[in-house]
Write a protein that binds this ligand. Structure first.
Ligand SMILES: Nc1ncnc2c1ncn2[C@@H]1O[C@H](COP(=O)(O)OP(=O)(O)OP(=O)(O)O)[C@@H](O)[C@H]1O
Length: 573
């Protein structure tokens, strides 16, 4: 109910359609009440043996034609308008959900499964259509029918109507029992389906690893296990439905039996005529209809409600990295970066950084070095505000980055990551990604600077070559060069290179390093490098150790000092 109400409130753009659909539904349902009434009248007139039977039959027939037309037109209009509102709302919901996901902090994606989130955006949102265009209208029709036909039954004969009510408590009891059990079972069903979708997606992405490690059998078993769990969850949900539905049908049949026997008795005593019994029997089947449908509707609304709840759960999530309401737009910065008393951990009890202080001057090239897992990439993530520190702050040009909008902050930073992600588009689109104003000349110049132009030209369709999902049709080095070209094109005042040249051979690495050195001259550059050779030209080398900075200085100074850096050099030499 809460979910249906929320959907109704959020779909306010389409409320006019929903209100008209409601009116059309009322007209259609009420018009449907006339058929038994017409047959009751016709039978009564026939049994009375009236002479004007033909004229009366014509009148009743024409009225029946009118109500049947209203019934059909109303149902059709209501169906279309409900679907119009529902499907447009689903489109809005998908957009909203995707927008929400795009603004969630990275930690959210680390604890969620991509397949599960995909399923929420694609499948679960459709449950809003089920609620708006099917479940709610069906509830309306059933409630109207129950009340309207109930009144008509009492109008025909009060005693008979009371007798037919005997079965209602049993019917309601069964329906309530079903409603109580169905919703949690459907929730479990949705959860297991999400887990299955997540696992399939994970496996398809990691197919290479599965084949390398010959884990096909193991993975097939995991999928089979999840598939069986889903079937069992579905079966449990079906059990309640399959048990209660025939039970409901049986109890309603009992009601009809009572009316036939007791109604026959009343005809015998002359209290009612045959026409009343015919009309009553027809209305009775209409009257029990909603009670029988109620159980199926409860089940359907349980399933659809569970799906919508999974959507709303994401929409209600609060991102760990939040923009302030009065966040300012950060203009193009000069590029001074300061980490002040910075303390950060991904998990409460495992500190990654404690009280780090580091000032990077405008235009400086700073290399972050240290053993694997010491926190080099984490510093880049904090500057980009993918995470917020527990203590201290990051300042850019003296401004706390929590005071500025996320988009304006990230517009000032280019990043080339260890694991370059390319989209399934053309080479050109991938280089120009995120830079709408780039001209062809700009793209070509960036590709040349990243030493990518030559290999791109040799490809089948040059810059128009499609590079496959995640750029699978390219080598690691080619992917990285495209990522570097993309960063060069972006021309932002801060450049972060996270192992940017790691996938390149020595010759290409040197060529690209030269290009990177060139572009880093005009901007602040943070370089995360394992190959200590690439740190030689850095203005400042920051050596991380444990949860802090162990030493800082130029290449020569650190070598002379004979500390950790010199030690690392020894290892890598
Ligand atoms: N999303 C995350 N959730 C939890 N812990 C994380 C996460 N990302 C990194 N860590 C942990 O934080 C620590 C620092 O990781 P980080 O990636 O910054 O190290 P790094 O110095 O860049 O390592 P490498 O040189 O191997 O890339 C590591 O112990 C790592 O396991």
């Amino acid at each position: 109910m809460k979910i249906a109400l929320r959907i109704f409130c959020e779909a306010k753009k389409y409320r006019v359609f929903l209100v008209f659909a409601f009116l059309a539904l009322v007209v259609s349902t009420v018009a449907g009440f006339y058929t038994p009434w017409a047959l009751r009248e016709l039978t009564s007139i026939a049994t009375e043996g009236r002479r004007d039977f033909g004229t009366e039959a014509l009148r009743i027939g024409l009225l029946l034609l009118g109500t049947a037309t209203l019934q059909a037109a109303g149902a059709s209009a209501a169906g279309y308008m409900n679907h119009y509102a529902a499907l447009h709302y689903v489109a809005d919901l998908r957009k909203m959900l995707y927008g929400k996901l795009q603004n969630m902090s990275l930690s959210y994606f680390h604890k969620s499964r991509t397949g599960d989130l995909t399923s929420r955006v694609v499948n679960d949102t459709l449950d809003a259509e089920v609620l708006l265009a099917h479940v709610i209208p069906d509830f309306i029709v059933n409630i109207l029918t129950f009340i309207g036909v109930g009144i008509l039954l009492f109008t025909i004969n009060v005693k008979l109507a009371f007798m037919s009510l005997v079965t209602i408590p049993f019917l309601l009891g069964i329906t309530l029992w079903q409603g109580h059990h169905v919703s949690p079972v459907w929730k479990e069903n949705s959860r297991v389906r999400g887990a299955l979708a997540g696992k399939v997606q994970d496996n398809l992405s990691g197919m290479k690893e599965i084949q390398i490690f010959n884990q096909q059998g193991h993975e097939e078993n995991s999928i089979a296990h999840l598939a069986m769990l889903h079937s069992r969850a579905y079966l449990r949900a079906s059990f309640f439905f399959e048990t209660s539905y025939p039970l409901l049908a049986f109890v309603t049949a009992l009601g009809t039996v009572i009316v036939v026997i007791y109604g026959g008795h009343l005809v015998g005593t002359g209290e009612v005529n045959i026409g009343d019994i015919v009309g009553f029997a027809m209305y009775l089947s209409m009257f029990y209809g909603p009670v029988k449908n109620f159980s199926a509707l409860v089940e359907r609304s349980g399933e659809a409600g569970a799906g919508c709840k999974r959507v709303f759960d994401v929409l209600d999530e609060i991102s760990e990295v939040k923009e302030k309401e009065n966040a300012i737009v950060l203009k193009r910065v000069k590029g001074e970066i300061e980490l002040r008393d910075l303390t950060f951990s991904y998990h409460e009890d495992i500190p990654v950084m404690e009280n780090i202080n580091l000032k990077i001057q405008t235009g400086q090239t700073v290399a972050l070095v240290g053993t694997t897992g010491v926190g080099k990439s984490t510093i880049a993530n904090l500057i980009n505000r993918f995470y917020d520190p527990q203590n201290g702050a990051v300042y850019i040009d003296g401004i706390d980055i929590r005071d500025v909008t996320l988009s304006s902050l990230r517009n000032n930073i280019s990043m080339v990551l260890q694991d370059t992600f390319l989209f399934n588009g053309t080479v050109y689109e991938n280089i120009a990604y995120g830079w709408k104003g780039a001209t062809k000349e700009d793209v070509l110049a960036a590709a040349k600077a990243a030493n990518a132009h030559d290999f791109i030209e040799k490809m089948e369709h040059g810059y128009d070559t499609t590079i496959g999902e995640r750029g699978v049709l390219l080598s690691g080095g080619q992917r990285q060069r495209i990522a570097i070209a993309r960063a060069i094109l972006r021309d932002s005042p801060i450049l972060i290179l996270d192992e940017a040249t790691s996938a390149l051979d020595t010759k290409t690495e040197m060529e690209i390093q030269a290009a990177l050195n060139e572009i880093s001259k005009t901007r602040t550059t943070i370089m995360i490098a394992h190959r200590l050779s690439t740190t030689r030209d850095a203005d400042l080398i920051v050596v991380l150790n444990g949860t802090g900075i162990a030493e800082m200085g130029s290449h020569d100074e650190l070598m002379e000092r004979g500390g950790i850096f010199a030690g690392l050099h020894g290892v890598h030499a």
